[in-house]
Design a protein around this ligand. Sequence first.
Ligand SMILES: *Cc1c(COP(=O)(O)O)cnc(C)c1O
Ligand SMILES: [Zn+2]
Length: 417
Amino acid sequence: MYAQHLRCISCNNVYPLKQMYTCPDCYGALEVIFDYDKLIADNAVAHLFQEVKPSISQYSPLLPLEDPEKMISLGEGGTNLIPLQRISGFVHINVFLKNETTNPTGSFKDRPIAVAVSRAQEEAIKTIVIASSGNAATSAAAYSARGGFGCIVVIPSTTPMMKVSQAQAYGAFVVRVNGSYSDCYKLAEEVAEKYGYANVTTTYLNPYNLEGDKTISYELFTQLGYQVPDWIIVPVGAGPLVTGIYKGFQELRYLGFTNQMPRMVAVQSKKCAPIVTSYEKGEKSVDAWTGPINTVASALADPLRGYSRDGSYTLNTILSSSGRAIAVDDIDILNAVASLASNEGLFVEPSAATPLAALHYLSKEGHVKVGDTVVLMLTGHGLKDSQSLHGRLPDPEIIEPKTHHLISLFEASQIRR
Ligand SMILES: *Cc1c(COP(=O)(O)O)cnc(C)c1O
Ligand SMILES: [Zn+2]
C-alpha cells in the first residue's frame, strides 16, 4: 500500500491509518498522505490514466486500501463526460457534463462511500453509521448490504421520501431526526464514538471519503485527452467533493502528469449558503448558517452548525484555486433542472442542476473566457427527488383512446414537434 499515514491539515501531526476522525491535539481534519515518490519510483501510476474503466478500483495504487482485491465495489465511477449539446448561451466555451447520475445508487456519493466502507472492512468493524442529507445514506446502505455490515442511517425529517425508501430497501436501519443535517451529524458522531461503529459521514470527518471523491479528477484528465479543465463547477454542502477533486489534480501535478490546475467553483442555494456568504465578505473562515433553511437543493442544505471548520476548508480550496463561490436562486435551480432534462436528456435532482445556474451567471459576468473548458458536476439523479417538480408540471390529460383527441391536445400544447 502506498498510503502512509493520516496527517492533520491544521497542525501537521501524523497518525497511523486507522478509523480516526479528528486530530486529538487540535480537532483539525485528517487527510491521507501517500508515498508519491515511491509511486513514481515503482512506476505504479504510469498506466493508470490511459482509459476510464467502470470501477474506481482501477486506481487502487492511489487508494488507501491494504487489500484492493477485497474492495467493496458496485461499479462506482467510470461515469461519462458528455459535451453540452442543445442548451445555448455559452458561445465559444467548451462545456462538459460529468454525469454522476449513473453511479450504482444514482449519485457520486458511491465513490467516497465505497472507499470508506472498504476501510471499515479492513479494520473488521461490523456496523456503519452515517448522517446524511439523503444520497450518502443510500450509498452507505447499498455498500453495507454488499459488504454484509449493519447500517444506521440518520437523516433530517425533510429528506425526500424516495431517498428514505431507497436506503430502507437496501436494508439499513433508518431514523428521521426532527432537526437539521447538523443535528444528524452530531448524533452519528456520538453513536460512533460510544459504540465503535465506523462513521462514514461524508463531510471532512472520515478522511477516507475524500480518496473516493478524488477519482473524478483522474477520469476527467483521461476523458479530456490529458487536459485539465479551466473551471469545475461543483454543488456544495460542506464541500469535500470540491476539495477531493482538487486533491486529485494536485496529485496528478505532483506525479508529473500536468502542471495545470483547475479553478474550483462552489455553488450553494441562496437559502443555505454559509460558504458563499464568507467568500463574498472576503473572509478566510466560514461561520455556521443561522437563518432558516428551506431550499429545493436539499442535498446541499448543510448549515455547518458545530463544524464550521469544514466550510473553512472548502473556502480555502476555492481561494487556493483562484476559484469562486456562487449562490443561486431556487427558481433558477428548478429552471436548470427543466433545461437539462428537456434539452440534453439528463434528469438530475435540484442540487445537481445548480452548476448550470451558476454557469449562466459566470458567463454573463464575463468570468469564463472564450476558449475555456468548463465541467459541470451533475451529482445526483432526478428520480431521487422527483417530488421537487410537484406543481411545476401539469397533470397529463386523461382521454378516451381516440387519435383525434390525442392529436388535438398535442397541437394545442407548447411541446416541441
Ligand atoms: C452530497 C451532495 C452534494 C454535495 O457534496 P459535499 O461534498 O457533501 O458538499 C452535491 N450534490 C449532491 C446530489 C449530493 O448528494
Ligand atoms: Zn492537529
